[in-house]
Design a protein around this ligand. Structure first.
Ligand SMILES: N[C@@H](CCC(=O)N[C@@H](CS)C(=O)NCC(=O)O)C(=O)O
Length: 60
């Protein structure tokens, strides 16, 4: 299953979540909370920019 790294207050993440809902893709994506302020968060290895939203495909 694909993973969406995001955070509840992120307007950019909210935009992607809305698009997933409208396109009927919600069941294909697990939302995994990310903390952009935490240097230990695995987000940094998934997106070197350390920004959200970031979509992680099934093959990583
Ligand atoms: N161009 C990006 C911008 C994403 C962005 O700036 N996200 C913010 C959170 S809403 C972020 O990751 N901030 C953390 C940082 O800049 O280190 C997009 O449109 O998705």
């Amino acid at each position: 299953m694909m993973k969406l790294r995001s955070s509840p207050p992120s307007p950019f993440g909210r935009k992607v979540k809305l698009a997933l809902a409208i396109l009927g893709l919600k069941d294909q994506v697990e939302v995994v909370e990310a903390n952009t302020a935490d240097p230990e968060d695995s987000l940094r290895s998934q997106n070197p920019l350390g920004k959200i939203p970031a979509l992680i495909l099934e093959d990583g």
